[in-house]
Design a protein around this ligand. Structure first.
Ligand SMILES: *[C@@H]1O[C@H](CO)[C@@H](O)[C@H](O)[C@H]1NC(C)=O
Ligand SMILES: *[C@@H]1O[C@H](CO)[C@@H](O)[C@H](O)[C@H]1NC(C)=O
Ligand SMILES: *[C@@H]1O[C@H](CO)[C@@H](O)[C@H](O)[C@H]1NC(C)=O
Ligand SMILES: *[C@@H]1O[C@H](CO)[C@@H](O)[C@H](O)[C@H]1NC(C)=O
Ligand SMILES: *[C@@H]1O[C@H](CO)[C@@H](O)[C@H](O)[C@H]1NC(C)=O
Length: 358
């Protein structure tokens, strides 16, 4: 049943959007005070990865460009997989920057250098370090985009030296593997190749001059916490495959990051612990509380054939939205709501402060 659900999800365009993501072409500011003193504030943020980070690069035919995405903020879809803001916006806020413009938006604009004031977002929802079931540039190609801008003197090494990078890898490689190969025995060796490739990518970003690089660990896909892998009616199914996937991935990532840090001056690499922060938010441990059942997404397809944002051939809505998006940690079956991300950010803040205060 879970497998069926997974395959339906994967074969549908929404899934496609799964951890995918695009652009509004305009800056969006998160309300709130800035955290870093200006003397240590980075000047730009460069973002790579998937839908947890994408703010508008995803193909405009996909659901984050459709109602009801963006319904809480800014009121219309911006290509974010959320009713409002996503993790990148909160990371930018922490750094005292506006959320950087999405690369696709920059490309289709006048390509002005002033638009790069806060950096650039190269993350595309649905992608991974390898090619996934969703089309979109893998992380290697995303880093190529940055390299080309350096080559073309749109950005300079000096820009990068005063910058930080945020890299999101939430599991699209893993789900693609499960979908296309599926052998449980092959999963661990596959995860090892994912981590190795991720380490190559992180090292490459640092090699381009970026001084600090934060990368996400896997969120608790395996601990029955993510509705995507649970029965969308019950929201409490567990699956050992996902459990073992996450508990294998995260320690391996930690080892890889420790090794990279030991080989590099100033320990530039840092893990954003989505496992602990999602868990804490979902247990309602912080000051932001969610209604029960915490796994029930706000926006849901009316049957397993449909997902948030889907309409039928007559344009009739095939999804329902909860009354108050702020009451739900999850916006759709794979992505936190704006309020969900706010709770995650709140749980992450102490470690972000440690990492960024030299
Ligand atoms: C868990 O998910 C995997 C991968 O989709 C599947 O092969 C397995 O049968 C599932 N296990 C259970 C108990 O549903
Ligand atoms: C976006 O998706 C549409 C429909 O699947 C496709 O025709 C188009 O080529 C895609 N655009 C890009 C830039 O990939
Ligand atoms: C990333 O995509 C490019 C272009 O499609 C491809 O040549 C390359 O092999 C991919 N890299 C990885 C690590 O999968
Ligand atoms: C899937 O399995 C085939 C055959 O065992 C193997 O050749 C291939 O490399 C696997 N793909 C991945 C992504 O692991
Ligand atoms: C999933 O939920 C539906 C509807 O509540 C139920 O009929 C079905 O048995 C559930 N599947 C599993 C595997 O529990």
């Amino acid at each position: 049943m879970v497998v069926m659900d997974m395959q339906n999800l994967l074969s549908c365009s929404v899934l496609c959007c799964f951890l995918l993501f695009i652009l509004s072409g305009r800056q969006q500011t998160v309300q709130g005070h800035r955290h870093l003193p200006s003397n240590i504030r980075p000047l730009k943020l460069f973002v790579f990865g998937d839908s947890y980070a994408d703010t508008g690069n995803t193909n405009k035919s996909l659901v984050p460009w459709k109602h009801p995405y963006g319904i809480s903020f800014p009121g219309n879809p911006t290509g974010r997989f959320s009713d409002g803001l996503v993790l990148t916006d909160y990371v930018a806020k922490f750094l005292g920057l506006n959320s950087p413009i999405p690369y696709e938006g920059w490309k289709s604009s006048s390509r002005g250098i002033p638009l790069l004031q806060y950096g650039l977002n190269f993350a595309y929802g649905g992608t991974g370090v390898f090619d996934t079931v969703v089309s979109g540039p893998n992380m290697t190609v995303q880093i190529d985009f940055l390299e080309h801008l350096l080559r073309d003197n749109v950005l300079t090494t000096k820009d990068l030296e005063s910058s930080v990078s945020f890299v999101s890898l939430a599991g699209n490689d893993h789900f693609t593997y499960l979908r296309t190969n599926g052998s449980a025995q092959g999963l661990k060796p596959f995860i090892t190749t994912v981590i190795n490739q991720l380490a190559i990518n992180l090292k490459r970003i640092h090699g381009l001059g970026v001084k600090k690089i934060a990368v996400t660990g896997l969120e608790p896909w395996g601990s029955c916490l993510i509705p995507y892998v649970t029965n969308t009616s019950l929201f409490q199914q567990c699956n050992d495959t996902y459990n073992s996937m996450v508990s294998f991935h995260n320690p391996l990532l930690k080892q890889a990051v420790e090794k990279l840090n030991s080989e590099t001056k100033d320990s530039p690499f840092f893990i954003i612990d989505l496992y602990a922060s999602f868990t804490s938010a979902l247990k309602n441990e912080g000051s932001i509380k969610f209604e029960n059942p915490p796994l029930k997404p706000c926006c849901l397809g009316v049957s397993s054939k449909y997902f948030c944002g889907n309409v039928d051939e007559n344009g009739a809505k095939k999804y329902t939205i909860c009354e108050n998006p702020k009451s739900a940690f999850f916006w759709d079956v794979a992505h936190p709501s704006q309020e969900g991300w706010r709770a995650v950010y709140s749980a992450l803040q102490p470690t972000l402060e440690q990492y960024f205060h030299y």
